[in-house]
Design a protein around this ligand. Structure first.
Ligand code: F6P
Length: 323
């Protein structure tokens, strides 16, 4: 089948670098003489026909912008068979020969559904949670991690001056990759992630006591949102030891901001590859990366993969906190 016209959408939680990816999809399509349409508000836009024609100029100066110029949504209607049928009709009506869907695992489930209805779809991982198991890296993770790191560095200044304990809640939904990475980067006293069973006395109180024994007078506890709330952890610390911790929930600030160079370049490469795959007639694939190289895997296979926090990260963290 010759590909003449494709669509691109962003879906799920936004992630810095989504615009760089959309730009790469559009420019690669143009480079091959293929028309490109932006589908707005995720799969909702595919259902309602909320689309916009994109060309080289319409994506100019977007590589450095956070958020997504296409808007995003978590479409409930698209989860129904009826919604999917409407989306397929829109694709046929518009003559779309393929779709690039940028987002997380919910986006890929949507892509799989479209593909099963005969629409060619390629997924690109973009989520600050970095919890897409078939790829080591998802667009947005690097920027979100750096945002969290710079916030916690600021927090440390005031915690140090007041000799306090801070409990910082980091996003990640059910995954602790972001929290673990950030915790290692800020030199946290303890990091709590949902993947690791938590022994509060050993994993938090003992670490604070040990740090205090080693001469430290302020303590930084990083908690992944999936491992518990910072307020609860702070209350438990207060009840167990003579500290009055301050709570910081970093929240959605982690999803904003200009993407880092790493996010921009990976997003650009992934967007390029997704279009190449569509041009090669592929469907139901997701673009993945590991150690600098890129490949594509079947979406079903990708969605069924699992991975966890590396033992090495846990061991390194223990060594760094002196326990
Ligand atoms: O999946 C990205 C993410 O930011 C998660 O880390 C977080 O749990 C969730 O989205 C928040 O979603 P919402 O934007 O709907 O509050």
């Amino acid at each position: 089948m010759s590909v003449k016209r494709i669509g691109v959408l962003t879906s799920g939680g936004d992630a810095p670098g989504m615009n760089a990816c959309v730009r790469a999809v559009v420019r690669t399509a143009m480079y091959h003489g293929v028309e490109c349409y932006g589908i707005r508000r995720g799969y909702n836009g595919l259902i309602s026909g909320d689309i916009i024609k994109l060309d080289e100029r319409s994506v100019a100066h977007t590589i450095n912008r956070g958020g997504t110029i296409l808007y995003t949504a978590r479409s409930k209607e698209f989860m129904t068979e009826e919604g999917q049928k409407k989306a397929v009709s829109t694709c046929k009506f518009l003559g779309l020969d393929g779709i690039v869907a940028i987002g997380g695992d919910g986006t890929f489930r949507g892509a799989r559904a479209l593909s099963s209805h005969g629409i060619n779809v390629i997924g690109i991982p973009a989520t600050i949670d970095n919890d897409i198991c078939c790829t080591n890296y998802s667009i947005g993770f690097d920027t979100a991690a750096n945002t969290a790191i710079s916030c916690i560095d600021k927090l440390r200044d005031t915690m140090q001056s007041h000799e306090r304990c801070s409990v910082v809640e980091v996003m990640g939904r059910n995954a602790g990759y972001l929290a673990m990475y950030v915790g290692l980067a800020v030199g946290a006293t303890a990091v709590l992630v949902p993947e690791e069973k938590i022994d509060f006395e050993k994993d938090v109180i003992e670490k604070i006591r040990q740090a205090r024994f080693n001469g430290f007078t302020h303590y930084m506890i990083v908690v992944a949102e999936g491992a518990g709330s910072a307020a609860e952890i702070a209350a438990k610390i207060k009840a167990a030891i003579d500290l009055d911790p301050r709570v910081t929930v970093l929240g959605h600030i982690q999803r904003g901001g200009a993407p880092t160079g790493r996010d921009r370049v990976n997003a650009t490469k992934m967007g390029y590859l997704a279009v190449e795959l569509l041009l090669a007639g592929k469907t139901n694939r997701v673009v993945c990366t590991s150690q600098g190289s890129f490949r594509d895997v079947d979406i079903d296979e990708g969605l069924s993969m699992t991975r966890s926090i590396q033992n090495m990260e846990v061991n390194v963290l223990d060594a760094m906190t002196g326990i």
